[in-house]
Write a protein that binds this ligand. Structure first.
Ligand SMILES: *Cc1c(COP(=O)(O)O)cnc(C)c1O
Length: 367
């Protein structure tokens, strides 16, 4: 009996995305094996973090890498690194509550639910521009002696009201302010693992381990300049300092490293072809419904190049369709907005689930 059966929990078909609330992603067997292998021995966690980080840095063409417990943890640690630069006196001042007020700048048009982690790092959020646009001079006007970093959220879906990352880095460099890129869900393409840092010059980039990388759900990765990765190390577990709550275990470190190696070896073009076929077949089946307009979308919910099907309802609302889907067996999870849009994606499907998705959708959509 599976653990889920024993708890009376039904498994679900994930046609939505790598959502934390659904369990993130499914780890390949090699990742689970690496975790199980790592679970058998005592090691120095300092040494494992250092050596796994060095391997990841080399694989991702970065100066350094640090494994943590998710991208949200990565945000906190990155900001602590920029605030303290790894100086124990500065760390102690934050712990004592008498650190100089520290500001983190971000574009108003890039505000996301996860930016509350800036507060968790004891910092104050300063926004630039508005929901429509931002200008160079607006960013420059916010930089002052309290600025510790610029926090930039990558992704096509957040780009229109912000300066480009290139321009942001250029302005930041003028004032020697580090730039942190939140790239939690910006895979694929795999090249983003080095693009923001190595190619564009951001100081740190943060990725979730439990999304497209298919590592442990509670894992995450920060890559970038050596000096800032070392500053993260000083703030983080196994030290009993402010970052201690984000303790990646030996199993998670082994799992994430293995997941990353697999991801870099993967044939991403073949994934695209496979997903494309599924998406096209779903569009074919669902166009029989006249209650909605159906089309193929080549960008996912995080603005990344992963194909999916967009369903625009004439009636009822998306929430009505979700309620219906949740009443069926098996439950198919989808992405939706608060009005009339629903999206279904093939990239998180497990073997044998492809056809069940349109079957349940046909039941949930009216005429
Ligand atoms: C998912 C996500 C996070 C949080 O990632 P975790 O790995 O779940 O902590 C942060 N920022 C963005 C943009 C995300 O998409």
């Amino acid at each position: 009996m599976s653990i889920y059966d024993s708890l009376g929990i039904k498994t679900r078909i994930n046609a939505a995305a790598c959502y934390t609330a659904l369990g993130g992603s499914i780890m390949p067997v090699e990742v689970v094996a690496a975790m199980s292998d790592a679970a058998k021995s005592f090691i120095s966690l300092h040494e494992l973090q250092e050596k796994a980080g060095a391997r990841i840095a080399q694989l991702t063409k970065n100066e350094g890498a640090f494994i943590t417990t998710g991208a949200a943890a990565g945000i906190v640690l990155s900001i602590l690194a920029c605030r303290t630069r790894g100086d124990l006196v500065e760390i102690q001042k934050i712990i004592d509550g008498n650190s100089k007020r520290s500001e983190v700048i971000m574009f108003a048009g890039q505000r996301i639910p996860y930016d509350s982690n800036i507060r968790v790092a004891g910092s104050e959020l300063v926004t630039v521009g508005d929901a429509i646009q931002s200008f160079d001079y607006q960013l420059e006007a916010k930089i002052n002696e309290f600025t510790s970093a610029i926090f930039f959220c990558a992704g096509a879906h957040l780009a229109s009201a912000a300066l480009t990352l290139e321009k942001t880095i250029e302005i930041a460099a003028k004032y020697s302010v580090p730039v942190i890129v939140d790239a939690a869900a910006q895979l694929p393409p795999a090249s983003n693992l080095w693009r923001f840092t190595n190619e564009l010059g951001a100081d740190l980039a943060i990725f979730s381990g439990g999304k497209a990388l298919r590592g442990p759900q509670s894992s995450g990765l920060v890559v970038g300049r050596k000096e800032f990765i070392e500053a993260i190390r000083v703030n983080a577990a196994p030290y009993p300092r402010l970052g201690r709550g984000f303790k990646a275990s030996k199993e998670e470190i082994a799992g994430l490293l293995t997941a990353l190696e697999l991801y870099l070896k993967r044939d991403h073009e073949a994934d695209w072809q496979r997903w494309s076929k599924v998406v096209d077949s779903w569009v074919g089946v669902l166009t029989s419904k006249s209650s909605c307009t159906i089309w193929r979308d080549d960008v996912n919910e995080a603005g990344q190049p992963t194909p999916r099907v967009a369903i625009q309802l004439k009636e009822p609302t998306a929430l009505d369709v979700i309620a219906k889907l949740q009443s069926l067996d098996p439950i198919v999870e989808v992405v939706h907005d608060s009005r009339r849009m629903v999206w279904i994606s093939p990239d998180s499907l497990q073997p044998g689930e492809e056809e069940k998705v349109p079957t349940q959708l046909l039941k949930a959509l009216p005429y």
